[in-house]
Design a protein around this ligand. Structure first.
Ligand SMILES: [Zn+2]
Length: 140
């Protein structure tokens, strides 16, 4: 355990050194200096902008997606099926593949299947997805 903590400290101070160097160098120059890719430098830069959600004990950049899902579940609980259906239509139109949308879609699919007893075929049609994807969401 002590060794692991030591390693994390080393990584953190190495990242700090990399970010210091990066202040007046390009991504590529910084990567070359430390023997890592420019993409890795960019990832390290992103890490420093992370915020932490205390409720869910996780890191995020803009908004904690789990907090959003919690709010969303509350809304579904109070607003009922009409609300779910209007969200489904929005979701079907908005085909973004980012993490949040995928989470929301998974949740909607489960709600429609478990609470409103729609078949996997009907759900697949609504979301314009194949049945396998829908079944996968229902069973995970
Ligand atoms: Zn959260």
């Amino acid at each position: 355990m002590k060794k692991i903590t030591g390693n994390i400290k080393n990584i953190l101070s190495r990242n700090a050194t990399i970010l210091k160097f990066r202040e007046d160098h390009t991504l590529q120059e910084t990567g070359d200096e430390f023997g890592i890719t420019a993409e890795r430098v960019r990832q390290i830069e992103m890490l420093k902008d992370r915020k932490r959600c205390l409720r869910h004990n996780r890191f995020y950049y803009d908004t904690c997606s789990y907090c959003l899902i919690d709010d969303y579940k509350k809304l579904i609980g109070s607003a009922g099926k009409d609300f779910v259906m209007s969200e489904v239509k929005k979701e079907a139109k908005n085909r973004k593949r980012d993490g949040l949308s995928v989470q929301r879609r998974k949740h909607l699919i489960k709600v429609l299947h478990n609470n409103y007893h729609m078949s996997d075929m009907e759900i697949a049609y609504l979301f314009d997805r194949d049945r396998t994807t829908v079944l996968h969401h229902i069973n995970t």
